[in-house]
Design a protein around this ligand. Sequence first.
Ligand code: FCB
Length: 464
Amino acid sequence: MEGPILKFPNKFYWGTATAAFQIEGHPEEYLGKLSDWSEWIDIQGKVQEPSNRGRAVDHYEHLLEDIELIKNLNSNAYRFSFNWARLHRGPGQFDDNTLQFYVSLIDQLKASKIEPFATIIHFVLPSWLAKEGGWENPKTAYEFGQFTKYLAKHFAHKIKFWVTHNEPNIFLNFGYESGIWPPGYSNEWGRYFKAYQGLVLAHQLAYSTIKETNSNAQIGFAQNLYSFESFDSLSDKSKKKWQETHALPNIMRKQLHNYAFIESCLELDALDFLGVNYYTRFSYKLNAQAKDPANPQIDSFLWGELQDLAKHFPDQVKTNSLNWEIYPEGLHKVLTEKKLKNLLENRPIYITENGYSHVENEPGSYAKTNINPNQDFSKDLDDSYRSKFIRDHLLSVHKAINEGVDIRGYFYWSLLDNFEWALGMKPRFGLVHVDHNSFTRTPKTSYHYYAQIAKNNGLRQKSI
Ligand code: FCB
């Protein structure tokens, strides 16, 4: 028995999410080094091989095919990002030819009744701004405002949903704390907070600019939320000791990572909805000698010590191929947290990212334990583990909706296998497999599974 279909609310948005630099591969950008990431990719050791040297998955040349894939998925929404570096070449200089690519994308989506969710920046900065201090320099926020004005002029009447920033918290972590992404600073907290301010200012400028052009626009940003939990039991520890060593570092991190940027936008009265990107859970233990997990040669007092759940609890913790714990309950937890509810008041939530990564021939324990023993892990085409991942996370979303959380959409990350930043091309998050040489697209099993969910506006609990 498969059981009845668990329905989602009417007009729920079903979509996928992508980002310009991870898919487009426009030669002008990667050869012309227009962005910080097109330069970063060429610095020895910064990006794992294969990196495809910025060609990503050649979406620029496959636009029509990719739109067909979006349509055949029965999606009624699609999240993409603009390529700031290609569109904005210098103060007051905008590239109208590049704009045509987005005009074409947006018009085709709208003609198929697919709601565009537009992200203004997804991590990547134009080189001319990065060279002058990036987000630490208020000029970047000002230029972001000018860029938004340009976009609003062309699209404010076509695009209702705007995502100003993607994961400012992850950007700051990786750019100013661990230093594994541009601008590459390690534990530079002064810079971190200067850049933080730049991001907030940029958000506010974009918010007011879009509203001036279209007061009905809905504007938010996409926040990465981790489920922070302490793993050690109370067992032989006094409550006080436990709080100090286990609960507090998690509370501290949760505040900075999950909530701080939301609070900043709310203080400026500049948030209509929250985008939630959810992948995994983390646990921290206080340790004055802690090393940054992403960069062990560096002390990281704020992080405390990351507890390696997969190592300590191999029987309980299932991981994807990147060793990220797969923890669907965490999505329910972050969505129903009282603090989030109090902060957002009546603002809706969209799940703007959630996805599963496979690496060929290196399945994580989640995949290994969830499929038949003869599974071929070399291709990631018969990916029933990804379908199960989607189902389990959607059950968490459904539960949260039933408990009163106003969630209005879900965007799977990602439509296509793509360029996964410092990890290069190996991690595959797509519903559609992409051959890295020929760029041939092949829908995976999970693509068809997700298409059914979107068609039915719901799923069966025991569908896999
Ligand atoms: C998120 C990013 C997205 C992608 C996924 C796997 O943090 O927003 O670009 O890299 O992780």
